[in-house]
Ligand binder design. Sequence first.
Ligand SMILES: [Zn+2]
Length: 279
Amino acid sequence: MPFLFDSHTHLQFSAFDKDRDEVIKRTLENDIWLTNVGSQKDTSKNAVELANKYPEGVYAAVGLHPIHTNSVYLDPQEIDGENGFNSRSEDFDYEFYKNLALNEKVVAIGECGLDYYRIENNELEIKNKQREIFINHIKLADELKKPLMIHCRQAFPDLISVLTTSSQLLNFTPGIIHFFTGTIDDAKELLEMGFYFTFGGLITYNRQFDEIIKFIPLEKILLETDAPYVAPEPYRGRRNEPTYIKETAQKMAELKNASLEEISGQITQNAFKIFGIRK
Ligand SMILES: [Zn+2]
């Protein structure tokens, strides 16, 4: 098994266009494996193609991020372009994502979920559309028996209600809540359903997550970089990359009162388990 696993990263995004292969090489040389997560059609397809380029250590997740289900400002680090621009919304093309997800390197469905941050108008319409598309991801995950990679921002009560309603579809290992920002009560409900939780670079400098990290059992915790975003200390403000995950693992070890080796061993084992990777 590798030393560490970056369970949620985006090396297929345009922020890595100039040196993508070097970054991946450096990651694998540091004995770190990773899952590149798609956010819409192009970035999902590119994640799968990238995974297929490497015999081992690079996996993919495919899905439609809730912020892309309605017209939104797009980050220039994600898609080609000097400046950000407003995207047209994408409808969830079930067959497109299913075809991608049939690839054996695809280890999760997402990122999908609910994001209520900065919804300005048409609130009900936007929320309903996000919910409908999220339910379609749940159906796809159930059909292919692959775990969900969930993005949830300021929407945990609705997320838990959708998951509870769909729980008959989720009687396999349900998936991962990517960078969990909910409450202890939210965590309790999601743990009961069998979810795993990732934490990223933010935990190295924001003490707001200490309590929840101490609460969630280590067997249910994963680490992520979410690169190119949110680099950990001492790299804050720079483009993030998977090798920086060691800083986050070190902080996790402190919070869990364990050695870096114990933490990384357990976290890698957790990633293999949820992603169904055999070694
Ligand atoms: Zn992400």
